[in-house]
Unconditional design. Sequence first.
Lengths: 424, 97
Amino acid sequence: MMSQPDRLETQPAEVQLLMLCLHRDLSPDQKQRAIQLQSNLDDERLLSLAEMHGVQPLLYRGVYQLREQLTDHTTLIDTLAQNITISATLYEFIYPQQLTTILAALNAAHIETLIIKGYFLGRHIYGQAALRTYGDFDILLHKADVAAAEKILVELGYYPDEGDHSPDWFLEHHHHAVPYLHESMLPVELHWNLSHNKHDTQVTIDIDAVWEQSQPYTVNDVPTRTLSPEHQLIYLCIHALNTHLFQMGLKGLSDIYETLLTYDGQLDWDVVVATCQKWQCSHHVYLVLTLVQAFFEVPLTQTILQRFNQGGFDPKFLLYGVNNLLATNTNSWELAEVIQERNLQHVIHLTWRKLFPTRQEIAAYYALPAQDWRIGFYYLPWQFRLLRQVIGYGKQYLEKDPAISQLAAHETTRREMLEWLKHG
Amino acid sequence: MTSFPCSLPVKITHWNATVLPDGRWLLYHADKGIAQTLTAPAGILWELCDGQTPIADMLSQMAEFYPDTADTVLAEETAQMLQTLLDEGFITCDESA
């Protein structure tokens, strides 16, 4: 059962060191802290943790600054040095060339594009593409252009990934088209909006304003556009919460930290505040920035921060965020969500969803290729596993195991937080 | 530094470069699909090979980057690095490249 940390110092040494290494420039105090941590450090666990959070290049950036302190971990440093060479080759050269090909093809068809996350964050926010990992290209288009863009992707050798939901489902329920896959290029997601209200929040993004305030950008001299600094910050905060409830891990947190540093002195906070009020996402931004401020020193005053708080904030929302951010297994929380639900229709929906997850989820859990024909055979073992879990929780409940109370409390906080987010 | 075959070496333009967090340079040849790392000094020297900077000027600039290295050592190491860059196909003495 997961723990409930309320301070970074209670976390394992690997988590603490990883958090240190996410800082751009380590202070003498932070270097001293690293010396204290090194005797308890398990290199394999640290590497695995960094990989899970998608921040191994950032770990190397930090560890390299600590090379004189981490004298017992030269193998770790050597491994990271090798890995950064590989990831830099991908993120500095190979993936940008793929993105260039896609953008050039869309440009040739007079389709206006705006790149979000991934490459732009690496190149412009982190200052080096190799530092920011990503697994797909996210491209914002005008909705009227999406169908034409999908045809162009097909001409480039892409095909739709219908393992999760049908293309029509994405058109109706999502903010991007069905993901497109390719044998030798990264997947592509064609967006017509920046978010949708996955957890029943009420964020309403003015996508016309996003385009109006977007800025020209180029990828290998191919014209595209990118979000304004203000929209970039707001988008990252909404994405962290609306889409992932902080389960995007430390990479998402780092994105916001780096954005605040890069845009220090450039952000028009009046615009950020006004936009958040209009889009009904002030509380999203307040919670995420408070979380970032808890882990990093950022150029953000309390006066500015409080402009996003419209009342009702509970500090346990922050703890919820920390738990989700650092969690390695959220399966138990999802089950608790079903146990706690009062609405019968929603219980049925959630139960059905748990018993029959997407093919993608099955594939990920059993480490199968995404299109593997055997995926269908794994539903029965999945359901038996859930049944064993339910029996286990039932037993713990009857034995009054405190871990069950923790689960239930976590889910209560989630519901209260989602309710609070709606009012900001 | 008189043994080097030309006075104005130039980067072979098919190589693209980036600098890693540890100061090493990563060069990538898109057509061949190969990547190669260079030490920081070699990377800086490669960058200086613009076809217009004489080797003597390169040496002066390297001395600014590495002020603690003795002149004779720097000259010898720069000569070795230039030769390696030439042998490995990162620079050329062909002005038309």
